[in-house]
Design a protein around this ligand. Sequence first.
Ligand code: FAD
Length: 541
Amino acid sequence: MVERIDQDLRGGWSPSRAELPPHALRWLGERIGLRPGRTPAVPDTALEVGASALTDAARDALAEVVGQGCVRVDRASRLGHAGGLSYVDLVRYRAGGELVVPDGVVLPATPEQVVAVLEVCVEHDLAVVPFGGGTSVVGGVSALRGDKAAVVALDLGGLDRLVSVDPVSRVAVLQAGVTAPEAERLLAPHGLTVGHVPQSFERATIGGFAATRSAGQASSGYGRFEDLVEGVRLATPRGEWRLGAAPASAAGPDLRELVVGSEGAFGVITEVSLRVRPKPVLERYEGFFVDGWEAGSAIVRALAQQRVLADVTRLSDEDETDVSLALSGGAKSTALRAYLKARGVRRPCMLVLGWHAGSKRELKARRAATLALVRGAVRLGTPLGETWRHGRFNGPRQRDVLLDVGVCVETLETATHWSRLTGLRDAVREAVRDALGRTVVMCHISHAYETGASLYFTVLAARDADDPVGQWQVAKAAASEAITGVGTISHHHAVGVDHAPYLEAEIGALGVDVLAAVKRALDPTGVLNPGKLIASEPFRG
Ligand SMILES: Cc1cc2nc3c(=O)[nH]c(=O)nc-3n(C[C@H](O)[C@H](O)[C@H](O)COP(=O)(O)OP(=O)(O)OC[C@H]3O[C@@H](n4cnc5c(N)ncnc54)[C@H](O)[C@@H]3O)c2cc1C
């Protein structure tokens, strides 16, 4: 069971706080030099929120579309939409740093209202930031106004319906503001699932997944979110655009791809038509230990290239495995290390495999095909797999606790070809260590393809109390430099503000021109999500 999340809660993931056990604090002291001292979050009242720049005329025009109560300019609503959930966002909330707060929040209830809101924004010179679950970790929902007179957050939470289900074709149309758990709840009576389970599952929305090309923990089996998108309904300042009339088409380039991953810069996704699957009746998770990253990544590569990946396939490197064992602590973990050593596993790397199936027979066949290639691993079976499954949404809660005791904790991600994977992992680790000094850089593969895989890094360092934001920005820039030209600047977190300066190096100047031309066609006055995806504003043309 996941705890019910308050979507307005910023500055952390969860209101309930666990304490770090003494052995974990000791370990952080030894590894990153942490001198723990509680750094309580600054109360909301201490955060600076300037006067709203929304004019009465703009407010009235918006209220005419969505209703008086659905245009909010109160402090709590504005603060609740002042950013995403990256480490830097959280630090700004907690430390009273510079928060960019929207001038108002608009809550439409239908796709038609979204189109009408955009018309008002153009007329009144308002920037508009589409806001789904607000879980962006790349500045995607930062309330930047660009050259506009004011900026509003467009909270899509009111678009919360299952519009239709076609069980024969296995297609479901969901409104953009439906959260991932709600999508599963709405589809359950039809025996269907989306199967999209990112770590931000509890908060993130269908529209947000489509807008960012999200990848879930089970994407090896179900596909990345863009693989699930059959069609989209997009509100733009130039009217509505519907795409995706057939399961496949040769009617020119696939224009859905211009919308999926457009991060609110080309339009507001109001509905997504999704390829859904029968809900699995069986799920089985198993854990293994492999000796060293090279051996582990060779296994995952073989699984991907022989097309027998488990639905969840996740390999932790030596550091990530070591941290899991160290933080779980206790006699069990010491005994496990000794056991692994006795079995010849000197550099333990944890491998978790999970299969979803419709029958025992299917599960047996798929599991056997996968395990035939998992050679030389020590098998710890379902207890380890289930431990991972139960803890799979704990990351953001652990981050809250680490932030509380003064740790700089953030993640980075990329993807590259198999032949470059280990080299890129080493380069990013070195760049981050050089930038931060004493630090732990953990890495895992959680998305594998025939030609390569993602790399997901988690960084721990003692927080620089004087300049926590600057401290991370230096590390992030160093990592991004190491990634540029070797891997992608983002495998699934998207571009947002943070990666925008690196986009041209990846897609070329022509690529940026193409994006700018699309932006000009759909959003000629540039009201949509300024500063995201395309950093500079060449679209003015
Ligand atoms: C703890 C944590 C774990 C995470 N784990 C994962 C993970 O496992 N996999 C993964 O892929 N990502 C992950 N993320 C990143 C984030 O959850 C994803 O990018 C997610 O897709 C964002 O969904 P959202 O509804 O919260 O969108 P938001 O954060 O609200 O918005 C993201 C971007 O999309 C735009 N947008 C949102 N809704 C719409 C819409 N309807 N139309 C047009 N534009 C829109 C926004 O303007 C913004 O640019 C994680 C984030 C956190 C904080």
